[in-house]
Design a protein around this ligand. Structure first.
Ligand code: F0G
Length: 458
């Protein structure tokens, strides 16, 4: 018999979490105005809100915390981090930032202006927010099959070259300051982008003289999928796949809170010195001096250690396979999911599951609230609330998919926790016909409303 996969670590410190009952949860979610972001974490049993900054650090990372150098300028921890990033990505110039969106802010301040168009594969909401904030447009060029949750495609994060071609024809390359490939593509379900597609995008970008940037928050998971789903890469070490991926890009923004295996941090990296110098201005203004950019020395030290662990096959295999363990349990219960499963989360197709809830009543949010009421599990809506209103018309932008994302923190929960989550969703699935109404908005912010929106039952 083949031995099963296991975690390449054992547990040294544990953090208690607490059960609650349905009556308590009904009160707590009402007090939170039916917005799961408003719940104190003590009112949550298993927290699948995000895999961002919620992972567990290793003993090497905790040890690095003690050796971090807190010098304002020229910190040793910065040089360690920079060396690590360069050895993994090949990028020469590194600007630390306090998290991913901060790196976006610095890069976009340098490159994007009003009226520009930024094509990409389903930009993450902060990326889109930072583009639209500059009165530019984030143009989704993901392959169409990505929004068909049951159709099989091994790389549903891929960009559609025809759509890129049309964008250049329609807007002209002068208005396109960059193409952004998000690896893996969070918004379509943590779906990977193939090496073949990255190569095609790079060729396209070169032909038109447009720089290609990666939003690389989950680059290591993306490389794992290339290794396991793209034949010619099966035998290649993960680190070589990663280096080849990055060799196709001009630069990257990074949220280190994902595949950096740390609780806070980010960076921007590139090869063009002129761009680095221009970006440095904004980095100093928004983030801090060039050798810390919003991060403590100890946090840079922990990040350098985390990046080294994140690119190992043992880690990636246990990480992605735990996510797929949950996906396979849910699939056994017939719960409609985005397939094939992605890297950091399982996405439940809420519209299919709660077909009795009208679209105007926020179907995915309704399912996320049901899951919390049922079990104390906190997930997140990836649906109409997140898609937000059109910046000019203020109309609701109903997305192709209404999803609930079950994001799995790295190295935090056991498969028993996965069993509990699956059982809770099965209970809801069995009574899905009885759920026929959702929620309406009481108040909302003009941009990125999902974080602070207040709701009431419809
Ligand atoms: N890009 C992607 C693909 C992301 O998933 C995120 C964050 C960011 C950029 C922004 O990074 O949070 O460090 O500022 N995603 C988190 C999530 C919040 O829950 O998916 P950040």
């Amino acid at each position: 018999m083949d031995l099963p996969y296991t975690e390449p670590y054992k547990i040294k410190a544990v953090e208690p979490i607490h059960h609650s009952n349905r009556e308590q949860r009904e009160r707590w979610i009402r007090e939170a105005r039916y917005n799961l972001f408003n719940l104190p974490s003590d009112h949550v049993f298993i927290d699948l809100l995000t895999d961002s900054g919620t992972g567990a650090m290793s003993q090497d990372q905790w040890a690095a915390i003690m050796t971090g150098d807190e010098s304002y300028a020229g910190s040793r921890s910065f040089y360690e981090l920079k060396e690590t990033i360069t050895s993994i990505t090949g990028f020469e110039f590194v600007l630390p930032a306090h998290q991913g969106r901060a790196a976006e802010n610095v890069l976009f301040s340098t490159l994007i202006k009003e009226g520009d168009v930024v094509p990409g594969n389903a930009h993450f909401d902060t990326t889109k927010g930072h583009i639209e904030f500059r009165k530019a447009m984030a143009l989704d060029c993901t392959i169409d099959i990505a929004s068909d949750t049951v159709a099989y495609h091994p790389f549903k994060g891929n960009l559609d070259i025809d759509k890129l071609e049309k964008a250049v024809k329609k807007y002209g390359k002068q208005r396109i300051p960059m193409i952004i490939a998000t690896i893996t593509c969070n918004s379509t379900g943590g779906q990977p982008v193939s090496m073949e597609n990255l190569r095609q995008v790079k060729n396209f970008a070169d032909r038109h003289g447009i720089p290609l940037f990666y939003d690389a928050a989950r680059f290591a998971e993306n490389a794992y999928f290339i290794k396991t789903r793209e034949k010619e890469y099966a035998e290649l070490p993960v680190i070589e796949i990663i280096r080849e991926m990055f060799s196709l890009a001009d630069g990257m923004t990074m949220s280190s809170k994902k595949d950096g295996l740390v609780n806070i941090g980010g960076f921007l990296a590139m090869n063009d010195e002129k761009l680095y110098k221009e970006a440095s201005r904004f980095s100093i203004m928004f983030e801090g001096f060039l050798s810390y950019g919003g991060m403590a020395g100890r946090d840079m030290a922990a990040l350098a250690a985390g990046l080294k662990e994140a690119v190992t096959l043992d880690f990636l295999e246990s990480r992605v396979r735990q996510v797929h363990y949950l996906g396979n349990l849910l699939k056994k219960f017939n719960i409609p999911l985005q397939e094939p499963f992605g890297g950091h989360a399982i996405f439940v197709n809420a519209r299919k599951m709660l077909s009795g809830v009208p679209q105007e009543e926020y179907i995915a949010q309704t399912l996320a609230i049901e899951l919390y009421l049922e079990s104390g599990v906190r997930a997140v809506e990836i649906g109409t609330l997140l898609a937000d209103r059109h910046p000019q018309t203020r109309e609701e932008r109903y997305p192709a998919l209404e999803m609930v994302r079950l994001a799995i923190p790295r190295r935090v929960y056991t498969n028993n926790h996965m069993d509990y989550i699956a059982a809770a969703l099965q209970n809801i699935y069995q009574r899905r016909e009885t759920i026929r109404s959702g929620y309406r908005i009481v108040s909302e912010a003009p941009i990125m409303r999902h974080f602070t929106v207040e709701l009431e039952p419809a």
